[in-house]
Design a protein around this ligand. Sequence first.
Ligand code: AMP
Length: 111
Amino acid sequence: MSENIYKENIFSKIIKGEIPAKKVFEDDDVLCFHDINPKAKTHVLLIPKKNYIDFEDFSNNSTPLELANFFKKAAYIANEKLNLKSYKILSNKGAKAGQEVLHFHLHILGY
Ligand code: AMP
Protein backbone atom coordinates (compact mmCIF):
# COMPACT_ATOMS: atom_id res chain seq x y z
CA MET A 1 0.00 0.00 0.00
CA SER A 2 1.46 3.34 -1.04
CA GLU A 3 0.62 5.37 2.08
CA ASN A 4 3.38 7.82 1.24
CA ILE A 5 1.76 9.02 -1.97
CA TYR A 6 -1.88 8.36 -1.08
CA LYS A 7 -3.85 11.56 -0.58
CA GLU A 8 -7.12 11.91 1.28
CA ASN A 9 -9.90 11.93 -1.32
CA ILE A 10 -13.66 11.73 -1.73
CA PHE A 11 -13.79 7.93 -1.42
CA SER A 12 -11.93 7.87 1.89
CA LYS A 13 -14.47 10.42 3.13
CA ILE A 14 -17.30 8.10 2.01
CA ILE A 15 -15.64 5.18 3.85
CA LYS A 16 -15.46 7.29 7.02
CA GLY A 17 -19.08 8.37 6.63
CA GLU A 18 -18.12 12.02 6.30
CA ILE A 19 -20.07 12.35 3.06
CA PRO A 20 -23.12 10.29 2.07
CA ALA A 21 -23.29 7.52 -0.51
CA LYS A 22 -26.04 5.21 -1.73
CA LYS A 23 -24.56 1.96 -0.45
CA VAL A 24 -25.15 -1.39 -2.11
CA PHE A 25 -22.85 -3.59 -0.03
CA GLU A 26 -20.39 -3.12 2.80
CA ASP A 27 -18.23 -5.36 4.97
CA ASP A 28 -14.96 -4.93 6.87
CA ASP A 29 -12.86 -4.81 3.70
CA VAL A 30 -14.93 -3.31 0.88
CA LEU A 31 -17.63 -0.79 0.13
CA CYS A 32 -19.89 -0.67 -2.92
CA PHE A 33 -22.03 2.36 -3.72
CA HIS A 34 -23.84 3.95 -6.64
CA ASP A 35 -21.85 6.28 -8.87
CA ILE A 36 -23.10 9.85 -8.51
CA ASN A 37 -22.93 10.33 -12.29
CA PRO A 38 -24.11 7.01 -13.77
CA LYS A 39 -22.87 6.05 -17.24
CA ALA A 40 -25.16 3.02 -17.54
CA LYS A 41 -28.59 1.88 -16.31
CA THR A 42 -26.83 0.56 -13.21
CA HIS A 43 -23.45 2.02 -12.30
CA VAL A 44 -21.80 1.19 -9.00
CA LEU A 45 -18.27 1.54 -7.67
CA LEU A 46 -16.53 -1.14 -5.61
CA ILE A 47 -13.61 -0.03 -3.45
CA PRO A 48 -11.33 -1.67 -0.92
CA LYS A 49 -11.36 0.16 2.40
CA LYS A 50 -7.56 0.12 2.51
CA ASN A 51 -5.86 2.97 0.71
CA TYR A 52 -4.69 1.67 -2.65
CA ILE A 53 -4.23 4.31 -5.31
CA ASP A 54 -5.09 2.34 -8.41
CA PHE A 55 -5.36 -1.11 -9.97
CA GLU A 56 -1.60 -1.50 -10.18
CA ASP A 57 -1.05 -0.53 -6.54
CA PHE A 58 -3.80 -2.93 -5.46
CA SER A 59 -2.52 -5.79 -7.62
CA ASN A 60 1.08 -5.38 -6.49
CA ASN A 61 0.57 -4.65 -2.81
CA SER A 62 -2.52 -6.51 -1.62
CA THR A 63 -2.35 -10.07 -0.34
CA PRO A 64 -3.49 -12.90 -2.64
CA LEU A 65 -6.47 -13.46 -0.33
CA GLU A 66 -7.41 -9.79 -0.38
CA LEU A 67 -7.16 -9.72 -4.17
CA ALA A 68 -9.24 -12.88 -4.64
CA ASN A 69 -11.91 -11.82 -2.15
CA PHE A 70 -12.24 -8.41 -3.77
CA PHE A 71 -13.03 -9.86 -7.19
CA LYS A 72 -15.29 -12.57 -5.74
CA LYS A 73 -17.25 -9.79 -4.04
CA ALA A 74 -17.54 -7.92 -7.34
CA ALA A 75 -19.19 -10.99 -8.88
CA TYR A 76 -21.37 -11.52 -5.78
CA ILE A 77 -22.59 -7.92 -5.87
CA ALA A 78 -23.30 -8.00 -9.61
CA ASN A 79 -25.19 -11.29 -9.35
CA GLU A 80 -26.80 -11.37 -5.93
CA LYS A 81 -27.20 -7.73 -4.95
CA LEU A 82 -27.89 -6.09 -8.30
CA ASN A 83 -29.25 -9.08 -10.22
CA LEU A 84 -27.29 -8.06 -13.31
CA LYS A 85 -27.27 -10.47 -16.23
CA SER A 86 -25.09 -8.35 -18.47
CA TYR A 87 -22.43 -6.02 -17.18
CA LYS A 88 -19.03 -4.49 -17.78
CA ILE A 89 -16.23 -4.07 -15.23
CA LEU A 90 -13.52 -1.49 -15.67
CA SER A 91 -10.90 0.37 -13.71
CA ASN A 92 -9.17 3.50 -14.91
CA LYS A 93 -5.49 3.75 -14.00
CA GLY A 94 -3.88 7.14 -14.53
CA ALA A 95 -5.23 10.55 -15.50
CA LYS A 96 -4.93 9.99 -19.24
CA ALA A 97 -7.10 6.89 -18.93
CA GLY A 98 -9.70 8.92 -17.05
CA GLN A 99 -8.89 8.19 -13.41
CA GLU A 100 -10.18 11.10 -11.34
CA VAL A 101 -10.21 9.62 -7.85
CA LEU A 102 -6.91 8.29 -6.51
CA HIS A 103 -8.42 5.43 -4.54
CA PHE A 104 -8.59 2.13 -6.43
CA HIS A 105 -12.11 1.36 -7.63
CA LEU A 106 -13.93 -0.94 -10.01
CA HIS A 107 -16.77 0.45 -12.05
CA ILE A 108 -19.56 -2.13 -12.47
CA LEU A 109 -21.78 -1.04 -15.33
CA GLY A 110 -25.00 -2.96 -15.78
CA TYR A 111 -27.15 -2.99 -18.91
P1 AMP B 1 -12.67 7.51 -12.20
O1 AMP B 1 -12.86 8.63 -13.20
O2 AMP B 1 -12.40 6.17 -12.82
O3 AMP B 1 -11.66 7.89 -11.14
O4 AMP B 1 -14.06 7.35 -11.49
C1 AMP B 1 -14.50 8.18 -10.47
C2 AMP B 1 -15.99 8.03 -10.38
O5 AMP B 1 -16.40 8.51 -9.11
C3 AMP B 1 -16.75 8.82 -11.44
O6 AMP B 1 -17.55 7.93 -12.23
C4 AMP B 1 -17.61 9.77 -10.60
O7 AMP B 1 -18.89 9.99 -11.15
C5 AMP B 1 -17.67 9.07 -9.26
N1 AMP B 1 -17.89 9.92 -8.09
C6 AMP B 1 -17.26 11.08 -7.77
N2 AMP B 1 -17.71 11.56 -6.60
C7 AMP B 1 -18.65 10.69 -6.16
C8 AMP B 1 -19.49 10.62 -5.01
N3 AMP B 1 -19.46 11.56 -4.04
N4 AMP B 1 -20.35 9.58 -4.89
C9 AMP B 1 -20.39 8.63 -5.84
N5 AMP B 1 -19.63 8.62 -6.95
C10 AMP B 1 -18.77 9.65 -7.11
